[in-house]
Ligand binder design. Structure first.
Ligand SMILES: [Zn+2]
Length: 117
């Protein structure tokens, strides 16, 4: 379960942020992840709960926001594929090509927002 290591690095990032802003109590962490980042939301929530239990961040809430995938076709058009399966081979709405697309967004994983006091 690679979510454990993702949440571990997420929490050390959060710790740094809180120290910088001299805040103690973490309330909410919002993470934005691309649809191609291979995140299983349930596994993330589970890892977050397990890793914060008994620590200074216990009781904080993890919010996950999925970022839709945007592909760019070799013809220059960028589009949002509808289906989730085989989405890299989704036909381009402009020229119909089903291959040669590059991923513009959809692979990222980042800390978007922290609420603390
Ligand atoms: Zn195209």
């Amino acid at each position: 379960m690679h979510e454990i290591s993702i949440v571990t690095s997420l929490l050390s990032l959060v710790e740094e942020e809180l120290a910088k802003r001299q805040l103690q109590k973490l309330l909410v962490v919002r993470v934005r992840h691309g649809a191609l980042a291979n995140i299983v939301p349930d596994a993330m929530s589970f890892a977050f709960e397990a890793l914060t239990l008994g620590g200074p961040f216990e009781g904080a809430r993890l919010e996950l926001e999925e970022e839709p995938v945007v592909l760019r076709c070799s013809c220059g058009a960028s589009f949002n594929p509808e289906q989730k399966r085989e989405l890299l081979f989704a036909p381009c709405p402009a020229c119909g090509a089903t291959w040669g697309h590059t991923v513009e967004t959809g692979r990222e994983l980042y800390l978007q927002h922290i609420e603390a006091e």
